[in-house]
Write a protein that binds this ligand. Structure first.
Ligand code: ATP
Ligand code: MG
Length: 139
C-alpha cells in the first residue's frame, strides 16, 4: 500500500472543548504524519463547497451553521493507507454506533457534533485537500 494523504478536521465542538491538542496527539500516536495545519473559522461558502455532496440532505443547513460556529483545525495527514486508518480511528458518524475506543465514541456529543472529519476515499481526499490547502505549503 502506497503512502497517501487525507484531510482531517477537528470540528468546532472539539476545538471549543479544548480537545485540539488531544486529537492532534492522537493522530500522531496512530503513526500518521501531519504535513499541513491551519486553524480557521470557516465561512458559510467554504463549508457549503466542502460538503457540497450533502447539499440536498435535511441536515445540510444545520451542518453549515455548526461548522461555521467557531474555529476548526484543518490538517493534511500522510501515511500508508492513511484514508482508511484515519476513518477507523474516528469511528462511525453517529457516536452511538461508533466502536469503543474511537474518537467519536469517546468525544462526540451527537451525530452532528461529532468532533472530527476524515476524507472517505482517494477522490474526496484530493478534492478536500485542494479545497483548503491549494497553493499552501505541505511539509
Ligand atoms: P465527515 O464527512 O464529517 O467525516 P462522515 O463521513 O462520517 O463525516 P457524512 O455522511 O459525510 O458523515 O456527514 C457529514 C457530517 O454531517 C457528519 O460528520 C455530521 O457532522 C453531519 N451529519 C451527517 N448525518 C447527519 C444527521 N443525520 N444528522 C445531523 N448531522 C448529520
Ligand atoms: Mg463524509
Amino acid at each position: 500500500m502506497a503512502s497517501e494523504r487525507t484531510l482531517a478536521i477537528v470540528k468546532p465542538d472539539a476545538v471549543a472543548r479544548g480537545l485540539t491538542g488531544t486529537l492532534l496527539a492522537r493522530i500522531e500516536s496512530e503513526g500518521l504524519r501531519i504535513v499541513a495545519l491551519r486553524m480557521v473559522r470557516l465561512s458559510p461558502r467554504e463549508v457549503e463547497g466542502f460538503y457540497a455532496v450533502h447539499r440536498d440532505k435535511p441536515f445540510f443547513s444545520p451542518l453549515v451553521a455548526f461548522m461555521t460556529s467557531g474555529p476548526s483545525v484543518l490538517a493534511v495527514l500522510e501515511g500508508e493507507d492513511a484514508i482508511r486508518r484515519w476513518r477507523a480511528c474516528m469511528g462511525a458518524t453517529d457516536p452511538m454506533e461508533a466502536d469503543e475506543g474511537t474518537i467519536r465514541r469517546t468525544y462526540a456529543e451527537s451525530k452532528q457534533r461529532n468532533a472530527v472529519h476524515g476524507s472517505d476515499g482517494p477522490s474526496s481526499a484530493a478534492f478536500e485537500i485542494g479545497w483548503f490547502f491549494r497553493g499552501l505549503d505541505l511539509a
